[in-house]
Design a protein around this ligand. Structure first.
Ligand code: GTP
Ligand code: MG
Length: 704
């Protein structure tokens, strides 16, 4: 059993960066230097601690986050490895939101790449402390100072080298710690030899230390004063200044090494221990009352407050069952406790508590605020859920994830499998919160959405292999809408004489276009009882139902106001049903003469792309009927070779974008998108949509 760690003695970091920069190897190197494993793994033989899943082994890349820890002096460092591939960005985002800092891994030759840029922007938006680890210093043409310049040209931020390499490329053998001014040279057994700085590096080390001292003085007014008076800062003062700057995400320490050869790793652990802030005790975290999801509930992060935690990862093992990974927000979690899953209003029984070394659980005595831990075999708890004290229920929406960018319409190839699929997907979305599986009543399709083609294909493959169910995929239909462009009036009298009781109801309405996004509005201006009060709700109901299917192509009607201003009734024959029918028919007539048009969903798109490919991206957006809103790079002087294009593009043109973009730029671009608004379409494009829709209905009728 692991010993108990108080909040001040825990650091949690997420390893992030572009694909293949060596994040999972770094994870292993940290475990090796920390004494947890005796060999650094390789993706080629499936021996990496974090890539334990079969799918990760066969693809030789991470597709899920993984947890481990290292104990150094009296501190426990929780380490979360994350995938670099953009399809699995949800894993990285969740990890970042439960970590106190990110270790941004950058390749010593390639420097900043697309995903580095993307994750940096995200970290910047959340002001999360960062340490940059320049990895693969052993590679040919590796160059520490060139990469620092490269970082400076990409990001408008202050970088502080806190080490310099001893040798580069095949001569890379260690690093010089610029605070302690010692060379740290690893020996094959993972132990570190501390030695004097090699003579040829003395001058460079002293210069670099002076810049570091100047920068670290900025952390604190007293330090600035001392420094400006010409007095050098002590080691402890440099650390103190730097610690403050790192915590405020104003300065980012840069270090380097080789994960493969375990060089610079002990230094990384020291830097994490010294500069990454611990979780802030007594912090107030805002949540909601789970009963109404509106009323604010604030929890104070203290060991003796009521327990509350969020689930940031779920892994369901075929044999060992469900593993829920927690971040403790407040209180203390002890083994053998009943907790409330406030997201699902369901009580769960926690038995033992664990942390992990990859997929190997290690028991822990208790979990305190800020710490990361794992509980097993809960019934239904899934990622993003809140677990809390049964008597102090709170919902903590701590983790936010990006919107899906790629979808398939899916259908079971065999009839009868549909029921099973729903259940399978509920398990899949428990583990993968960026995946949605939803029946869309407007398009009458079941749609599987996620962050990219690879992510969805992996899921479909696993369903085929594990559940023996094959899903046929197709391009999803677009949920178009209808609206009107001008005002119109309409009247309808519903009158029927059938045997005994007749039916009678007459309405006069005015329809008018509403502002985009306003939906439906009903105005009752009946006076003098021409329609009795008790029938008016039926009229409104008829109108609302009438908006379910428009007159052009039976898409839902939006942004319309309908005023009921006149009508007539019959003392015996009028009924709610008669008025409902009259209202529906009047609406139909009204819409027909009010210039109906189609609306299509427009997405707001951010494309991250290298400047060389910029022209192609812009042309392509135009050919997709898109509007470019702006272009910018994250640096102010525009030197950065990566740019972000912001555009509005119809969803109908974005269905294959994640595939096309990859092909167009050989994988050197990624994008994010979210729904923006609906916009009118006309002419040939609208005609095609209407034709397609007619065909769909004809097919449906034929199948009946
Ligand atoms: N030369 C050299 N190669 C390294 C180093 N670190 C990792 N590699 C290699 O780089 C490749 C990718 O390593 P991974 O650790 O899987 O990279 P990753 O960043 O986890 O990749 P994703 O999980 O796909 O994002 C592997 O072949 C590693 O052996 C290093 O320090 N030096
Ligand atoms: Mg990896």
């Amino acid at each position: 059993m692991l010993k108990e760690y108080s909040t001040e003695n825990v650091r949690t970091v997420a390893i992030v960066g572009h694909g293949s920069t060596g994040k999972s190897t770094l994870f292993d190197a940290m475990l090796f230097i920390g004494g947890q494993i005796d060999k650094i793994g390789k993706p080629d033989d499936g021996s990496l601690t974090s890539d334990y899943d079969e799918e990760e082994k066969s693809r030789k890349m991470s597709i899920r986050s993984a947890l481990s820890y290292v104990e150094i002096d009296d501190v426990k460092i929780n380490i979360i490895d994350t995938p670099g591939m953009s399809d699995f960005v949800g894993e990285a985002r969740a990890a970042i939101q439960v970590a106190e800092a990110a270790i941004v891994v950058v390749d010593a030759v390639d420097g900043v790449q697309i995903e580095t840029e993307k994750v940096w922007r995200y970290l910047e938006s959340k002001k999360i402390p960062r340490i940059i680890f320049i990895n693969k210093m052993d590679k040919e043409r590796a160059n520490f100072t060139a990469i620092i310049d490269n970082l400076k040209s990409h990001f408008n931020a202050k970088f502080a080298a806190v080490c310099i390499p001893v040798g580069e490329a095949d001569k890379h053998s260690g690093i010089v710690d610029l605070i302690e001014m010692k060379a740290m040279m690893p020996k094959p057994d993972g132990k570190i030899q501390l030695s004097d700085i090699p003579t040829d590096l003395k001058k460079a080390a002293e210069d670099a230390r002076n810049s570091l001292m100047e920068l670290s003085a900025e952390g604190d007014d007293a330090l600035i004063e001392k420094y400006l008076e010409g007095e050098p800062l002590t080691e402890d003062e440099m650390k103190k200044g730097l610690r403050a700057l790192v915590a405020r995400a104003e300065v980012f320490p840069v270090i380097c090494g080789s994960s493969l050869k375990a060089i610079g790793i002990k230094n990384l652990l020291n830097v994490i221990k010294n500069y990454v802030p611990a979780w802030e005790l007594n912090k107030q975290v805002e949540g909601f009352n789970p009963n109404n999801k509106e009323e604010k509930v604030v929890v104070t992060s203290k060991p003796d407050s009521p327990f509350a935690a969020v689930v940031w990862k779920t892994y369901i093992d075929q044999y060992a069952g469900r593993f829920n990974y927690l971040k403790i927000i407040s209180g203390t979690l002890l083994p053998e406790t009943e907790v409330l899953n406030s997201t699902r209003n369901y009580k769960e029984r926690v038995t033992k508590l664990y942390t992990m070394i990859g997929n190997k659980p290690v028991e822990v005595p208790k979990l305190l605020p800020g710490d990361i831990g794992v509980v097993v075999k809960l019934d239904r708890t899934a990622t993003l859920d809140t677990l809390c004290d049964t008597k102090h229920s709170v919902l903590l929406p701590v983790i936010q994830l990006p919107n899906p960018v790629f979808s398939y319409a899916v259908q079971a190839s065999k009839k009868g499998d549909e029921d099973k699929i729903g259940q399978i997907f509920s398990r899949i979305t428990d583990e993968n919160p960026t995946i949605t599986y939803i029946f869309n009543p407007e398009t009458k399709q079941t749609v599987l959405s996620g962050m990219g083609e690879m992510q969805l294909d992996i899921i479909l493959k696993s369903i085929k292999e594990k559940n023996k169910i094959e899903l046929v995929t197709s391009e999803p239909r677009i949920a178009y809408r209808e609206t009107i462009t001008k005002k119109a009036e309409a009247q309808y009298k519903h009158k029927k004489q059938t045997g005994g009781h007749g039916q009678y109801g007459e309405v006069f309405i005015r329809v008018a276009p509403l502002e985009r996004g306003k939906g439906f509005e009903f105005i009752d201006s009946i006076v003098g009882g021409v329609i009795p009060r008790n029938f008016i709700p039926a009229v409104e109901k008829g109108l609302r139902e009438g908006t379910d299917e428009g007159v052009l192509a039976r898409f839902p009607v939006v942004d319309v106001s309908v005023e009921l201003y006149y009508g007539s009734y019959h003392p015996v024959d009028s009924s709610e049903m008669s008025f409902k029918i009259a209202a529906r028919q009047a609406l139909k007539k009204g819409l027909e003469s009010a210039g109906p048009i189609l609306l299509e969903p427009i997405m707001e798109v951010d494309v991250y792309v290298e400047k060389d490919s910029m022209g192609d991206i812009l042309n392509d957006i135009t050919s997709r009927r898109g509007k470019v809103l702006g272009m910018g790079s994250s640096d102010e002087d525009g030197k950065s070779p990566i740019s972000v294009v912001k555009a509005l593009v119809p969803l109908a043109e974005m269905l294959r974008y994640s595939i096309d973009l990859r092909a167009m730029t050989s994988g050197k671009a990624t994008f994010e998108m979210r729904f923006s608004h609906y916009e009118p379409i006309s002419g040939r494009i609208a005609e095609k949509v209407i034709e397609e829709r007619k065909k769909e209905f004809a097919e449906e009728d034929a199948n009946k």
